[in-house]
Design a protein. Sequence first.
Length: 369
Amino acid sequence: MEESRLFSAEELAQIREDLDREGKKLVFTNGCFDLLHVGHTRYLSDAARLGDFLAIGVNSDASVRSLKGPLRPINMENDRAEVLCSLRSVSAACIFGEPRATNLIRAIKPHIYVKGGDYTVDSLDLDERAALDEVGAEVKILPLAPARSTSLTLKRLQGGPTRIPRRPIRLGVLGSGTGSNFQAILDAIDNQRLHAKVELVLSDMPDADILKIAKRHGIPASHVDPGENPSRLADHAQEEIRGRLLVAGVDLVILAGFMRVIKSPIISVFKNRILNIHPSLLPRHRGRAAWKQALDAGDKEAGATVHHVIEAIDAGEIVSQQAVPVLEDDTPETLLERIHTVEHVILPSAIAEVGYALLATEEAESSKL
Ligand code: GAR
């Protein structure tokens, strides 16, 4: 273990005093750092660049348990601290026992305090905020790398639910376009990576390829007149889609490139049972042509997200997300092609994850009867 870089609060307080005399700055951040991933390493490099010495408060095992539940941490506190201390950006680590780093902040008096972009200055814990004000620390919020988190890593490691349900998940698929994601669902079913059956395909576009693919596979497919407005789905269309999905008895509704907004008549009946695939790393770039938005913004990476559908657009809980790099010479077309490749992987596995869990609950309920 890099003993030399694991310090007590008192030692860090002394280091801070020494740095101060030299006109240098101590940067402090804290966290669990349970399974180190690139989101952490980028964040820590950015944090280190803000000053001269980066010290990390590492939540003890007991404090991780109190924050994240009995199954965490995965790695013990000394191991987590050792991994962190082996990073070039990290000057020191200090293990602390409370859920919050408030006491450590008071003891060390960092010049700069850094938090990840899932916080705003206003959403910081009030005691922590008071301690930061008290010691005169400057607060910096750094953006987090999208699609990199310990919980997503854990989900991937678990490979989704392992228990395949007795009956296939019944799917209703809505799409407006070429249907490559729909084809990926059919391929996953054929290859037995997904125990599902597509009961119905609906499209707002009369000539959409997705309808043709469905018909070639003998799957009931039809056009629903969306109404006059080119971007909305008229009330009568919402009612018609809801009715058809109900008659088909689908478990899950999949928006596979459906370019109109569905509303409460459908959402309320299929609550937590509608998934959408979106070509960006949500919450970045909601709305249309999201991959072009990523290119225009000069993003270094783009990606795809499968999320639950709620009334707010592209905003429901994320089920799965995967990043792709944006290359120097990318055009919108080359980037979209790369995004499609990951969409075709994450959509079937997200359907399995949500659908198997749904059917497992149903099977458990019916065995109680
Ligand atoms: C997909 O890239 C999907 O992410 C996007 O439409 C495309 C459909 O392609 N959906 C959205 O932009 C929804 N906001 P496909 O018809 O070949 O599956």
